[in-house]
Every structure is written in C-alpha cells, then in structure tokens.
Design a protein around this ligand. Sequence first.
Ligand SMILES: *[C@@H]1O[C@H](CO)[C@@H](O)[C@H](O)[C@H]1NC(C)=O
Ligand SMILES: *[C@@H]1O[C@H](CO)[C@@H](O)[C@H](O)[C@H]1NC(C)=O
Length: 316
Amino acid sequence: MLRLNFLILWAAAASLFASALPISDVSEEEINTPTPEPKKTFWKSFNPNTDFRNRNFNTISRIYNLTVYPNQVPILTFGGAAFVPKGLFAQNVVGRVDPVGNFTGFEHSIEYFFALSPLPQANPSSAAITSYKIVEFSSECRDIAASVVYLYTSVVNPGSPDHGKPLPPLKQVAFWKFNKEGEVEKYDAWIPNLNSWVTRTTMASLGNPEFQLESIRQICYGTQARCYGPNQQWDSIEDCVVGLAKKNYGTYDEAWGDNVVCRTIHLVLTQTRPDVHCPHVGPTGGGKCVDVEYPENYFSDKWLYEEETGETFVCK
Ligand SMILES: *[C@@H]1O[C@H](CO)[C@@H](O)[C@H](O)[C@H]1NC(C)=O
Ligand SMILES: *[C@@H]1O[C@H](CO)[C@@H](O)[C@H](O)[C@H]1NC(C)=O
C-alpha cells in the first residue's frame, strides 16, 4: 500500500501540481455573518486587532489549509516544525483526536494534523485532500472556538483518466482553546465515520482476511525499511507478519489500540521521526498503539488538559 519511493514521486508530482491544485475557497463573507442592525455598528467599530472571532477563524482556516496537498508535504518530508508557520500551535499544545489518539506537545500535534494528511503517491486510490471548507464556526470569546470542517478529497494522479475525480470528504468536528498570542494550546477533535471514509475511498473490504494479510505485509515491509539500527522493531519481515497477524485487525472508528489499523496510521509517521514513531508500529505499540480501556482513553480530560473536566472549552 505504501510506496517507499514516495519521496522521489512526491518531488515530481509536487513540482508538476503545486500551482494547479485548488486551494481553499474560504471567503470573508463566511466570517462576517450578517448581524442585526444595532449590532452592526458594534462590529463596524470593532478594532481588527482585537477581533478575536476573525482571528480564531483565520487560525483554524490556516491549520486546515496545511492539510491540503501538497501544502503538507514539506512538513511530512523534512520533519515538521520549521515548515509550520508561526502562530498556529503553541509549543505546549495538547489535544485529542477521536478515534486516533491524544497528543502532547507541538511536534506530536503538527504531525497528527499535517503528516497524516493522505499523500496521493502513498495510497492505492491516489487520494489527497484537495480543498476544505469550514462549514460551521462559532467563537463567542477570545480564547475558545468551535468548528466543523469538510476536507474534500479527490484523485491526484496526473495522466490518469481519474485525475481530479472527487472522492468522499472527511469531516472533523473540533473545539479549540487559544493562548494570549492566538495560538492553539488545547483541542478536542473528532473525525466521525473514519472507517466508512477509508472503506469508500479505498474500495477495500477491511474485513476480508486476504486484504488484512496483505496490509500486514505492507506494514511489515514499511517497518523493516524505516525502522533499523536502534529503531529496529522486529527480527525480520516474517517475524513482523507473524506478530501482527496475532493482533486484532481493528477498525478505523477505533484506531487507538493495540491493533493493525493503528499501525497503518502510525507507520506514516515513521518517515518523519523514526526514533519516536517506530516503537508505535512495533510489537508493543510503544505507548501509542496500545489498548487503553474505554472510557479512559477518551475521557481523561483532567489528565490531558490539566483542568477540571468541563472547564477547558467554555467561555468564562
Ligand atoms: C494555503 O497554503 C498555501 C501553501 O502554504 C499558501 O500559498 C496559501 O496562501 C494558503 N491559503 C490560505 C487561504 O491560507
Ligand atoms: C494519552 O492518554 C492516556 C490516558 O488516557 C495516557 O496514559 C497517555 O500517556 C496519553 N498520551 C499522550 C501522548 O498524551
């Protein structure tokens, strides 16, 4: 499934398509929703420097813009931080993305948001996010916002008759908390129906044993190719196949667990920081692809956000 020579392919594809790809069509109208007459004067006299609603919308919009192919490619290829513009995420950002995991710190968060955005050269459907639209947005106070985004995907495979063909969109629902500088410092996000999206996009029957074995083989080829030396996880490809075949295959609606689908996701990240991510695809799951009993994994707010449950994403 994952082609290891993707870097070369990317270089070719990105230079061909960087300018031809649709970029988001977020417009100013969406931000300036009509307000009743008396309030209009208030908005008009509002100092743009203190207009937190626009500021927060723009921050969220710029974050999703970086998931659009090929904007995420430098972050994926060259490992991150330097390619994420300032002002988007705080250094100490923490958050959770159901059903994938929780993330502590800047590197983990940006890798989740950007490095996991599908690379057309690395999946059999040549799927990539090619545009996005924030379809629901609210920010009643300076430090909190809520949003729903549609991430539109399509085939990116120049020269193929399917190039440009729309694929099903992904949805992400999120609450955000910003620091004084307007950077995201906490988030709680959810991608509904991720398993249906994967199934529809890849046309794969995830329950089919042959498909499962093939995907295990792909993970094992990828793991052995990227996780070597101090990062080595398995003695051999065969050892890996035997080890993973004993694990639950899992579903993308519950990708946080000691299962195979969790490793398909984390394998993508081994190309950015193998030292950090190789253990996640190995025998133990390295603290990421591990079975955390429901509800602990999705309700440990106090631990994750270091605030009383229910206090983090409310205007005060
Ligand atoms: C989206 O990102 C690209 C590449 O980083 C940039 O050129 C473009 O201006 C951005 N668009 C918006 C609306 O932020
Ligand atoms: C995620 O949350 C669990 C508790 O549910 C915790 O044990 C784990 O260390 C957290 N991981 C990160 C990266 O924050």
